[in-house]
Design a protein around this ligand. Structure first.
Ligand code: NAD
Length: 446
């Protein structure tokens, strides 16, 4: 589960050899630790709109060193490009070229964040072209950034203002080390719902969260991250994983629930446990998932049905039970783990990709139901993450999968967990029905 190549080319002789031979040199990413500064270095806010002024004022109130113009040869922490009023592709030129002049001054693991509006059918053709142009621009720029720097975009939908809670929360997420492995992605904020936390280091204080598949891998890390952020945890996994589950539950001072999530009454059992032991249920994280890879020509009933059952049918059933209960809420959050395989497809994974595509379709279609209950449902789609699941991939294939992204490395379970913690927070109340990829801008299906 360690990337030995990345370790080798980041120190001593290995570093020099890799440089001379032009081999990939994956940077050591800046990952979040409590107390860490949000960015390292000044933040340049480019753009001349009211939204740019508002965001610059907000960032100043976060005690950041904010500039409206870059000073040449000063190491920068981030560039924020506010493009919310572009009405014609030619409007991109001035802010984009202003950013271009500062790119060489970006420090290690710096951030570029665009703030713009999504293109829609009611836009004028020129405005739609400009807005969609931001998409192509940012995704290309993210592929040009080096040294662990990332580029991501926030889309203000349906008249949402730049100072809305979820816009500010998304900006904070993209600037911070929490988004280390999120690159080349857009996140849409579709409403002004949500509220900023009193304590930014404990945004989940007072919440009760359930995590399925929590005995190991990504699920165990989600539990640790949600606990760090203040949540009380209920950890679910198969009885066969009981010992590991108990160990994780002890570490996060939560409770363990041994349960096969494919059981008909799984939703009811989860609700009963959460309410009896902790008095409430606020956050449901659907993480449990399996792979049973085979080419479709060799697919059997067991492989197909177990993957569909565990990865998506169980989620549908559990959501139905939770949404019918008065105990889920008052601002419920559901976050499901999908996969980039469900977006791009993957040879040998017709069953898995169908289930993960299913997760994304389910999330979009459930969003209005959850909104009616005052909450949100979103998905994260991890790319290559260093876990026991990916450790089983044959060496050569694993090495290719690991490097085929803009950051030239696999992500860590913590990267998925940080994104889930963000989407589960009250501040993300204006983000609903979204799929956020945590894949280092995987070239596959990008
Ligand atoms: P993992 O195999 O290490 O852990 C999965 C956990 O789910 C296990 O503890 C297992 O016991 C549990 N589980 C399986 N079936 C269950 C059931 N019926 N009821 C209750 N628990 C059950 O996997 P991981 O790598 O940590 O992956 C976690 C999630 O992330 C999965 O949904 C996976 O599809 C997804 N994902 C992983 C990667 C990756 O690179 N590792 C990439 C994309 C998506």
């Amino acid at each position: 589960m360690t990337d030995k190549y990345a370790q080798l080319v980041n120190q001593g002789l290995g570093k020099n050899v890799a440089k001379k031979l032009g081999l990939p040199q994956p940077a050591v990413l800046r990952r979040y630790e409590p107390g860490q500064p949000l960015v390292t270095g000044p933040v340049v806010v480019l753009g001349e709109t009211a939204a740019a002024d508002k965001l610059a004022a907000e960032l100043l109130s976060w005690d950041l060193d904010v500039r409206r113009h870059a000073v040449p040869r000063e190491k920068l922490g981030a560039i924020i490009l506010v493009l919310d009023e572009v009405a014609h592709p030619r409007d991109l030129e001035k802010p984009v070229l202003a950013a271009a002049g500062s790119l060489r001054d970006l420090g290690p693991c710096a951030r570029v964040v665009t703030v713009s509006r999504p293109s829609g059918e009611t836009d004028t053709p020129a405005a739609a072209a400009a807005r969609q142009g931001v998409d192509g621009f940012l995704r290309s720029l993210a592929k040009e950034l080096r040294a662990g720097a990332t580029g991501n975009g926030i889309l203000l939908d349906g008249g949402v203002e730049a100072a809305s809670p979820s816009v500010l929360a998304a900006l904070r997420f993209f600037l911070s080390g929490r988004s280390a492995y999120v690159d080349g992605q857009f996140l849409t904020v579709s409403s002004a719902a949500g509220s900023l936390p009193d304590d930014v280091e404990r945004p989940l204080a007072g919440k009760v969260a359930v995590v399925t598949g929590a005995a190991r891998g990504i699920g165990a890390q989600i539990a640790r991250t949600l606990h760090r952020d203040g949540a009380t945890l209920v950890l679910v996994d198969l009885p066969a994983a009981g010992d590991h589950l108990a160990a994780v539950a002890n570490a996060v001072k939560g409770t363990a629930l041994q349960l096969d999530i494919t059981r008909e009454d799984a939703g009811q059992r989860i609700l009963e446990h959460a309410v009896q032991r902790h008095g409430r249920l606020d956050i449901m994280v659907h993480n449990a998932g399996i792979t049973r890879d085979k080419l479709l020509a060799n697919m059997d009933h067991g492989r197909w049905s177990s993957v569909i059952n565990i990865n998506i049918s169980a989620q549908l059933r559990i959501n139905e039970a939770l949404l019918a209960s008065e105990h889920f809420g008052p601002a419920p959050r559901i976050v499901s783990v999908a996969s980039t395989s469900g977006i791009a497809g993957n040879r040998g994974q017709t069953n898995y990709a169908a289930s993960k595509g299913g997760v994304m379709g389910m999330v979009r279609a459930t969003s209005s139901l959850v909104a009616a209950a005052g909450g949100t449902i979103n998905a994260v789609a991890p790319g290559f993450i260093e876990t026991e699941m990916t450790e089983r991939i044959p060496f050569a294939l694993r090495e290719v999968a690991r490097r085929a992204n803009s950051l030239q490395q696999g992500g860590k379970p913590a990267d998925v967990a940080e994104t889930i913690a963000f989407l589960a927070s009250d501040a993300a109340g204006g983000i609903n029905g979204e799929v956020l990829r945590v894949c280092g801008q995987n070239m596959v299906g990008a």
